[in-house]
Structure formats: C-alpha cells, structure tokens
Ligand binder design. Sequence first.
Ligand code: SF4
Length: 540
Amino acid sequence: MYDETDDKTRASDTKEFIEDISKAYPTKVARKRLQHMIGVNSLEKQKIDANVRTIPGIITQRGCCYAGCKGVVIGPIVDMIHIVHGPIGCSYYAWLTRRNQGRARSDGKNYLQYCFSTDIQEDNIVFGGEKKLKAAIEEAYNIFKPKAISVHATCPVGLIGDDVVKVSKEMSEKLGINIFGFSCEGYKGVSQSAGHHLANNGLFKNVVGMDDTEEEGFTVNILGEYNIGGDAWEIERIFNKAGIKVISKFSGDGSYDEIAKSHTAKLNIIQCHRSINYMAEMMETKFGIPWIKINFIGIKSMSKSLRKIARFFDDPNLSERIEKIITEEEVEAENAIAPYRERLNGRTAAIFVGGSRAHHYQDIFKDLGMKVIAAGYEFAHRDDYEGRDVISDIKVDADSRNIEQLYVEPDPARFRLRISPERYEQLKKEKFLSYYEGMIGEMESGSLVIDDISHHELEKIIEIYKPDIICSGIKDKYLIEKWGIPSKQLHNYDYGGPFAGYRGAVNFAKDIDMRVNSRVWSYITPPWKGTPIINAEFAA
Ligand code: SF4
C-alpha cells in the first residue's frame, strides 16, 4: 500500500548520500555540484541545475559542440558528404563511432562508411585553411558527385577565423549543388547540446521545405531517432504493418531528399527531445505540423506510443490495425523476454547517458522487473528533467546566447494545421501535443538524479548502492567495469541492437541478462583492493 512517509524517508536517505558525495569537493565546487543532484521526492516539485558549464577539474562525460552537430545530428544523413574542417583527431570521432546505420536509396548513394576531413596542419593554422577547404570540397564533389555537402568547423579553424559558412556558399555557387557550413567549433556552448541546436538550424534553413511533393495517408516524420544498431528499422517495420508512412527521419538513416519534403508530413514524432525539439517547434510555427513526444524503448512504451499516434490521427481503421499489432507483438515479445525477466527481476540499474535515453530506458528496465535507482543526462536542459512547463523559467545565459535563435514565422503559402483548430487547441490544453513531462516526474521517490555526473560521483554510487548494471557512454564504461560492475553503452549499444520496438526489447533483455548474470564479474578484483601499487618514502 502506498505510504507517504516511505517517500519522505527514502528522499531523506538520498539527501544524506548527496551531501556525502560533495564532501570530497572544495566548498565552492561542492556548492555548485549540489545544484545538479536531487533525491527524488514525488511530493515536491523539484528543481535541478542543467546545461551549465562543467567545473574545470571535474571529469565529465560530455562531448563538444562539433560532436553534437556533426557526430549526432548531421552525420547520419546517408546521401550527403559531411566534411570536417579541422585536424584529423576531431574527424576520427565522427567516423561511425555512434554506429548509425543507413541504407542507400534508389540512387545508390551512401557515404556513411567514409570519413572526409581537411586534415589541417600547422601551416594552415598559421596561414589559414580556407584554400584547403575549398580544394577538399571540390575534390569530394569530383569523385562522388553528391547532391549536397555539409561542412563542419572544429576548434582550431574557429580560432584562426576560417569562415566555413562563407566558403560553403561560394562553393555551392561554383559547383551548383547545395553546400552549407556549420560554425560548430567544439568550444561553443557547454556541451554537445549547442551542436544539436546549430544542426537543427542548419537543416531548417538549408534543406527542410525544398520539395513540396506531398504523400497521401498517415504521414509522419520521426525526429531524434538516430538508427543506432538499426532502431529506426524496427520502428518502421511496425509502422509499415500499421500503414503509417515515414516521410523522413532526423537523422538516423536520413536522406537529403526525404528531409527536403519533411514539411509535408502530418505529424512530427519526437524520440530524443533534447537533440531536436528546436526542429519540431520551427516546423510547427512555419508549416503547422503538430508534434508529440513518444518513447519507442520498451514493450509497454512502444504500445503506448503507437496508441498516441492512433489518437492523433483519430481514424477507426488505423486504431483497429494498431490494436491488433499491439496484441500480436506484445505476446511474442513478452514470451521471449519471460526467461530473462525471471533472472533479472528485482535487480537494480543506473543510467547516465544522453538527453533522453536515461529516461527512455527506465521503461524497458521496468518491463524486465528491474529498478532504476539513479539516472542523469550529460547534456540535457532543465525541461528534459522537469518538463516543458519550466521553459519560461529557464535563465538564458551567455553560452546559450552564443547559439543563433532563428526567427520563424508561418509560411503564408504553406502553413496549414493538420487537424481542426478546435481539436488542435484542445489537444494542446490536454498536454497531448507539444508537451514533454520530463524525467523526474516518472522516477520513484528516493531515486537519485545527477546531471553531468563526474567520475567521483559515479564511484560513490557504485560504492554505496552497488547497482547490478550501469548504462553509460564510452568514457565511463571502463571505469565502471574496473569496479566489477557490468556496463552497457547506450550511446552506441556496444555491438548490440536494435533495442527499439518489440524485437528490440527482446534483444535488450538478452544483452542485459548476459551482462548482469555473467560469472565473469565474480573473478574481478579491482587493483586497489589488493596491495598498494605505489610505495614511497621521504628521502632524507
Ligand atoms: S573539442 Fe574541439 S578539438 Fe576537441 S574534438 Fe571537439 S572540435 Fe575537435
């Protein structure tokens, strides 16, 4: 039976733990870090600090602005060439490290396996690299004849003042194809989040709306789905069965031509809220496309999301088809995960990734009977934690002002609401459209939320709570495993996936069972548990 006092006790235990964590920090640092941690208390409206600079000295898992722009949002578009203007070291991390999968369309163009870089050197830093960039664009064009090229600036070229936007425009005029640049130098903004915003702006200005060809039926765009390990293909498998047509995906397995006509879709579906809510809002303002937030991770979440789409379209045949699919697919998936659930039931997990994944994967852990005791994002803003009601309350600081905010207004010729104005207003009032409730509201009292977690904080969680698994990114994966705790990467899924949809949930169950229940962890003794590794004495 629900007991309010239980909630209070759990919340105060977590408070003690948070205070204990901060003891290792100097006073000023502790003061700041404490704003980024809360013990969830479902009886209160809680505030958390997010999207602010990481304190120097804290070991963060965050990526840079360029990683967000090229690595996350633009890079997965299969039929464009994406040139990185910078040293080769920056380029390496844009070379399929996220495992975005993509297929060529009828024109056979797919450049995902390639890494295009200007590989700038010391003399370019001294004398400028624009000439080298122009030559690189021309060379790529001559060899591959792509329909479009994007150019991405990394830190050094921003410092010497190379103007990738201007060079791209010049080369676009010269070569007669769409070429556009992103001033997404790594140091802009406080994390990769700034790069997502820049990428959204660039796609909106340069690609969305270029092709007005409209398709009939229940048409949607999937936003914030990056097709890691084939997630988008599992979602599309279900959509095809239901008769829902995907006009474009932003941007896993994305295509330039499809994004060009994305403004003709009837509904935008947002998977990763943080990386792409800008695009949904701009498309809604300019073209009148409503958006809903969904989650395709987990059996129950997938069904809930399908029902949300059915509700939007409000068509009895579609709803009937969707209900039939849910019944069939749920039974199949539930039967397949049953043996894993038996072995995983009651185990605990912590999730520290991304800008929506730490929320989405809580649902799939629930499907497996597991409890998420702690979670947090690397680059989220307060609304990702607290819900969109707090947006007007968020202070715009200098780092956010650094990112261009596009002024968008309704397109006089192409704006049209996809549903009646009355229904549109009603669904907005009900917070069915244009709404995301955030992660904290769905977490249990007594669980922990930590924004931009540091290695020290992660180690404390391991020491005190000993979760059975921690989902993380590559930077913290091995730190966790050296403590004898299995880690599952949720940025690129290690070598697994897809994890979305019904079949994805089964894959995930197998993967987690393989890690949590492997005997290998019992053979690991962290080196610091043995004899001291360094012996020293003062010399006289
Ligand atoms: S921070 Fe700068 S130098 Fe480092 S990877 Fe990002 S763009 Fe390259």
